[in-house]
Unconditional design. Sequence first.
Length: 216
Amino acid sequence: MPLTRSVAELLHRRHGASRGTRPEAGSDGYGLDSRRAGQFTEGTLAPQEEERLADEVAELLPHSWDIPTKSREALTSIIDHLGGQRELMAWLDRHPGRPRLIARLYVLMGHLDRYSDDDAVVAALHSAREQEPFPAGLRDYLLPQTNDETLGTLASRMERLLVEQREEDATALALATTAWLGDVADNADSPGPAVLEMGSVMGHLRRDIEESAGQR
């Protein structure tokens, strides 16, 4: 994935497609230590300090709609140093606790946005909801109608929970979502490649998120 200069575009590109609801974020209390970020990009940051930096980045990501300029510049420098969004998530994933959990939740959100654009997946969701309109754990999050905004809205609501510092609720929503989509793929009539892939991906993500949540 090519480097994206804008942090907001990099982390929230899905909102540009008018899916979901923009998180109500604020910068109060959230920021990156510019000194620590500078040492990291220079390769001189001690391992213990890198753990602290990773935790700061993980805490900041859901709030990146509105963060101080210095923190935005520091985050951009970290992303550039690592090589892009995928590398940022891989770096966070190497740090147990909040960084690993947040990284895996964002990976899930990215997949939800991607599958939102697949007609076969949307058709499978529609068929599944005719049998069970509100699967376990999703009644408070799913919209009544099923369309190409269904999965994007789940991703947005997951991110909103992170903005509100409700990481346990975001994790519960993530696990309910992955379980549901896995069931959709397993029970679909004549599922195509995209639906089968979704089922496999959701199974892996569910296990990854469960593992990272257990390390908190």
